[in-house]
Design a protein around this ligand. Structure first.
Ligand code: ATP
Ligand code: MG
Length: 360
């Protein structure tokens, strides 16, 4: 079996630290290890329209922002095929056939969708397109025969549905699709990075994100505004590390050698946590350290972005060419699908013969 990797992001805004640790880092790692046959990254504009249909300008504007973010974290278009979802018509076609293979109640049970419906205030009138986006997401993955999908934890229910759809299609129409699996990052926090407001998930839609393209000043401001321990008022007070987002972020990003360089009075994160819990360490000190740690991660990304921004025509061409290649793959697969379903009427000489025999 071939190893085909596919992931995507909704162009509803620039990409943030949640994307970075939840998915982008894994994609770059896999890309550079090179142990795969094909890697795709899809900008999911059609999916983004399911809850932003009244604001297509937002999607259109963010297309280029998202690809700039990809390139700036190290996605290499020579190794990875980047494309735009809406321009591959076969995805819409496949989604339409897949809709027959799921029930409404199954869709309503999807825990991520349930959550997002609540978040968006759709409880009383769910746009049908939004409710069925997991079906179109299954099409995204299956049209490209992807078996490996590096994503954050919120995507697991989507992968589950994609596998069910693949299984169901194969049972009815014959073996056509592979069952894809999610590859989650190591570590609980990276799988679902919380927002700077302390809410469960950093998300573009929740306005609680640190963006990869944020400048140093914005980064500082956001970290300084971060939720900590509300009972830790004076420096001497014992502080709570559990649920303290500043420490949650340090868990993901801080490296031992950064203590030596920026905070030499503590040996490592455990040591800092001990002192913080016992009292005597102020929030500002910890936040200033986090700023330095994040700045080390983000400065090179920002720099690469600036270079690509100077060559924006080239970036646009990458998107166009990647999309053309994806269209070719999509066309070939949909032919296979229609053949399996027996709806390839005009490519099927057998059918023509049968009709002739019946009526001539
Ligand atoms: P939106 O609010 O528009 O849904 P989002 O911030 O949830 O945006 P998506 O484009 O839906 O981002 O997600 C793209 C990928 O990034 C998915 O694989 C998702 O699992 C991952 N991801 C997004 N947010 C986080 C997060 N906070 N922690 C870990 N992974 C995340
Ligand atoms: Mg999302």
């Amino acid at each position: 079996m071939k190893d085909i990797i596919l992931t995507g992001d909704r162009p509803t805004g620039r990409l943030h630290l949640g994307h970075y640790v939840g998915s982008l880092k894994n994609r770059v790692l896999m890309q550079n290890e090179g142990e795969f046959d094909q890697m795709y990254i899809m900008i999911a504009d059609s999916q983004a329209l399911t809850d932003n249909f009244d604001n297509p300008k937002k999607i259109r504007d963010n297309l280029i922002e998202v690809i700039l973010d990809y390139l700036s974290v190290g996605i290499d278009p020579a190794k990875t095929n980047i494309f735009v979802q809406s321009q591959v018509k076969e995805l819409a076609e496949l989604s339409f056939y897949f809709l027959n293979l799921v029930t409404l109640s199954r869709l309503e049970r999807n825990p991520t969708v349930k959550n997002e419906i609540k978040q968006r205030g759709f409880e009383n009138s769910i746009p049908a397109g939004f409710l069925v986006y997991p079906v179109s997401q299954a099409a995204d993955i299956l049209l490209f025969d992807a078996n490996i999908v590096p994503v954050g934890e919120d995507q697991e229910p989507m992968l589950e549905q994609a596998r069910e759809i693949a299984r169901s299609f194969n049972n009815i129409y014959g073996q056509t699709f592979v069952e894809p699996k999610a590859v989650l990052p190591e570590g609980k926090v990276a799988r679902r990075m919380p927002g700077i407001d302390g809410s469960a998930k950093m998300s573009k839609s929740l306005n609680n994100a640190i963006y990869l393209a944020d400048d140093k000043k914005t980064l500082k401001k956001k970290v300084m505004s971060m939720y900590t321990d509300p009972n830790h008022v004076n420096i001497e007070d014992p502080g709570q590390v559990e649920g303290n987002i500043v420490f949650t972020y340090l868990d993901v990003f801080a490296k031992d050698d950064q203590f030596e360089r920026y905070l030499p009075e503590f040996k490592n994160l455990e040591d800092l946590k001990d002192h913080y819990s016992n009292g005597g360490v102020g929030d500002v000190k910890v936040k200033k350290f986090l700023i330095k740690v994040l700045e080390e991660e983000l400065a090179p990304i920002r720099e690469r972005r600036a270079n690509y921004e100077k060559n924006i025509d080239q970036v646009f061409t990458i998107l166009e060419e990647g999309t053309r290649k994806a269209q070719e793959v999509g066309r070939a697969k949909i032919e296979e699908v229609k053949k399996a379903m027996g709806i390839d009427y005009f490519d099927d000489d057998n059918l023509k013969k049968l009709i002739q025999e019946k009526y001539n």
